[in-house]
Design a protein around this ligand. Sequence first.
Ligand code: S3P
Length: 177
Amino acid sequence: MYLYYRKKLNKTNIVLLGFPGAGKSTIGKQLANKLQYTFIDTDRYFEEKYRFSIFDFFEQIGEEMFRQLEHQLLNDLLSKKQCVIATGGGTPCFFDNMEQIKRSSISVYIQLSPTSLYHRLQNSKRRRPLTKNLNSEELNRYIFQELSKREIFYKQADFIIKGENFDLNELIKILPI
Ligand code: S3P
């Protein structure tokens, strides 16, 4: 186990995974600040690089191209060092993205219950393309169904932390950095 992390420490990016609404960006900023790492949010990076909001990109060009560009962009980001990278909710679930994350970085899944995610997404002001037209019942169903598919990937993370009562110092304590 020790050797496994020693190997990873050469690169020391920390990659945060989790469903939309899990708080990846908020936690990522706090963590980067505390560790004095660079914070990168893959969605914001995408939007700046392609000069498109994610929402408009899905509407006008589509998810398939988004996933391809997201995959390329992730490759570029993982070659950096000492970054905290907050991924999009779907990022680890396409192509070999999760393998690449695991090979190059320390990964942390921020896990929330479907009920917590539902409340957070209901109260979120951000327009999300995949949930834009869903009523409450449909959103609930979407979270249950999609989370169970995505957790196959998320749960491969090196660490799993509960997002409900998140404590930054607890997270820092468990990270082998
Ligand atoms: C997506 C989540 C979004 C964004 C895109 C697709 C998804 O990121 O990458 O809309 O597949 O769940 P957040 O997790 O930051 O909302």
